[in-house]
Write a new protein. Structure first.
Length: 152
């Protein structure tokens, strides 16, 4: 009986069904993820990467890019975070593996980095977006990497 019920939940998209969740969606682009996250990627951004992980009920979305250091605050102001971002000086020790890891994009997790500004942008957000968080880490002397993680 349970097999019949689960079989009825099969999806036709991409050969995956609910029993396969979570899985990384093929064809997710920076543009499509940014649109779902309701974020405008600045035209000066470089090394932009994105992914969408389909889940049982919600999807995880990750978007990251590098901005010149002098443009980061302006970008963050446009996001209008719920509270000012906090500075975390040390990496999080002993934290579990994130559900939608930036390692999928070939990057370190923001939690593993020191001197990261981070915070919640919205929860709940508009439309289908449940929440959105941001982290900013220095990439080099002239630029910073912006990490955005949301759940839809």
């Amino acid at each position: 009986m349970a097999v019949a019920l689960l079989g009825g939940c099969s999806g036709a998209g991409g050969g995956h069904d609910i029993r396969d969740a979570p899985y990384w969606e093929e064809g997710a682009t920076v543009e499509s993820v940014a649109k779902t996250l309701q974020v405008q990627v600045p035209t000066t951004a470089t090394d932009a990467r994105a992914a969408r992980q389909k889940g049982f009920q919600d999807d995880g979305l990750i978007l990251t890019f590098v901005l010149p250091a002098d443009e980061v605050d302006g970008f963050l102001d446009r996001l209008r975070p719920e509270r000012p971002l906090r500075l975390r000086e040390k990496p999080w020790a002993g934290e579990g593996k994130p559900a939608t890891p930036f390692a999928h994009l070939g990057l370190p997790e923001p939690e593993s980095l020191a001197n990261v500004r981070e915070g919640q942008i919205c929860a709940p957000c508009k439309d289908e977006l449940d929440w959105l968080k941001v982290a900013v880490a220095r990439a080099d002397d002239r630029s910073s990497r912006v990490y955005l993680h949301g759940v839809d």
